[in-house]
Design a protein around this ligand. Sequence first.
Ligand code: ZN
Length: 388
Amino acid sequence: MKTEINKFVTEERCIDILSTLVKINTTHPNGNEMDVMKTILSFFKNYSITYHLIDHGENRGSLVITIPGKDASASVAFIGHVDTVPIGEPTEWSYPPFEAIIEGDYMYGRGTADMKGGVTCMIMTALHLLEQKITPAHDILFCFTADEEAGGMGILAIKESGYLDRVKELIVPEPSNEKIGIAEKGALWLDITVEGLPAHGSRPELGVNAVEKFVEFTDRFKAEVDTEFTHPLLGKATISVTKLEGGYKTNVIPDFAKASLDIRTLPSEKNDIVIKKANKVAKELMQELEHLSIKIKVENNRPPIETLPDHIFIKKVKRTFDELSIPVEFTGLYFYTDASQVVPDLQIPFVIIGPGDDKMAHQRDERIQISSIARVTEIYIRYVLDYS
Ligand SMILES: [Zn+2]
């Protein structure tokens, strides 16, 4: 069976599919993911497949392709997004971002690594099952999503459609350098608005300095949150002030400050606990001082998630790597993926295994190793054949 996979998963086929996808511009904010969904369906035109195309409007769409198993209950779902971040300044690219230029073992272009390369692995896996007339033990779902780089409307619509309710294992083909990603940091973005009392710069004791109170809030909040504990794959939780404005004039005590915090959380201290701590510190400061108001708004809330390394799913994935003589190395992702939108609700284990380097994501001259796409496709096919 291994040789049959090798015969099918050729680099020419990977290049053919990936270059077609890269040449379709799916950058934010427009996305235009529906163009990719139609193209993906065209790859399957020789087969009568079961699919569900979700129209989000404005040429945006998501797609679920089901490869039916012997048992109608689902087992594995692959989830990959087709939208990409913008290209930035085009003149700063040495390789045109939508031409899929190949040099050696690399293809260059926006979305090659994040994550049309991984999407190519999904398409190749589904095509292999169809071409070889393989009926897996259970249904396999291939979910192609829109809008992962923003609000995640694609994965949320698929979740609401109920498709994922019967899924037991989740594979996310985001770039992991062919390592096994089993943990993902959470993201919590807070907007802080502080209102105080203005006063003349010579009489600060008559005012409430909103800028200084924001600094005090941040110091106390940082002291409350555990940023010392080190997760073996994710490092430490972090809190960064990423936006700040306040004050009008050098000699006026400012009565307002506005700031944004980017907090990256660990499974050991989840987002809801961190939100509670922020509210507690704000409340304490307001109780200590009249004419002070601190308002906290949650702008983005993606929970930290992890699958434990001794989980049966991870053991099966490890065995697949062993069988293909690929070295097993676990990794954690510092950024969030579509998995954070479904794992906590559905309570299912996930892994992130994909071709390409996550450090290439969102960079200019983004690129992916073509041989890596073939290797990862082989991992997926092997896993589906052995363990679905
Ligand atoms: Zn991504």
